[in-house]
Design a protein around this ligand. Sequence first.
Ligand SMILES: Cc1cc2nc3c(=O)[nH]c(=O)nc-3n(C[C@H](O)[C@H](O)[C@H](O)COP(=O)(O)O)c2cc1C
Length: 307
Amino acid sequence: MISKKPNMRVDIGGIELKNPVMTASGTFGYAREFEKLVDLNRLGAIVVKGLSLEPSKGNPPPRIVETPCGMLNAIGLENVGLAAFVKEKLPFLRRLDTPVFVNVYGKRTEEYGELAARLEEVDGVSGIEVNISCPNVKSGGMAFGAYPESAAEVVRVVRKQLTKPLMVKLSPNVTDIAEIAKSVEAEGADSISLINTITGMAIDIETRRPKIANITGGLSGPAIKPVALRMVWQVVQTVKVPVIGIGGIMTAEDALEFLIAGAVAVEVGTANFINPHATVDIIDGIEAFLVRNNISDISDIIATLEV
Ligand SMILES: Cc1cc2nc3c(=O)[nH]c(=O)nc-3n(C[C@H](O)[C@H](O)[C@H](O)COP(=O)(O)O)c2cc1C
């Protein structure tokens, strides 16, 4: 018997994706870099590199180091800035049949507001993913996402400017992730994605210097998957808006764990550096799993964790 293709469509808060597999910001450039490696029209959505109002060179090198089961990076959010993104990167993205989310960050709340206001007006941007893991200059460099109040303030300011879908990306470097999730939902986030990288460190014992110039960096890759899965599961119990799972997803099986935990979609990050075709392999793997298990609709696997 030939099985019918299962329905892979999911809704992530005001926008329907053809499947639940998205790219994670900062690991897929502005997508054109992957044009020859991946059929970009097959992706559920593309999330581009974190964008600030002005261009940024990021941190000095070395900025990336490999660790067992993961990598530490302190790129420092290098990017071309809003104007160059709209002029040089967006025309290519607009031609794709795939929703594009622009990941944004600022050092002040007002910068987030301005980015949202400008992106609201731009054609070809389906929605915004707000990165609240960056330092707030007004509070001595603590990340906006570290406290419910500062996280909520960013979302309030962005929501005022934005009618497009608003996804808020949480930092895992907090005591109570559920509390932060509740605070951003209350300010009007349409969806919540998590996790960003976990702060870590590596030392060269010969030179006794940190292996990355910034001293600390963000840990990503398979090492963080169990933490990410636990946090996604906690947030799913707490909020009503759709949750997007991120962290160490390398295979379809990894992605399925997040879906079963209650994520409606996933973002794939570090895997793109190891296997540039990872996103499409994961889409095919999820579909094969559904067929193998006679599941005709992906919604029948989401949030089916039995405890
Ligand atoms: C090199 C690199 C650059 C990243 N840049 C961004 C960024 O600009 N904005 C952002 O929100 N997250 C950024 N991230 C975090 C990823 O989007 C993702 O949340 C994290 O790496 C965990 O997923 P993974 O284990 O699949 O990589 C970056 C991660 C890496 C490894």
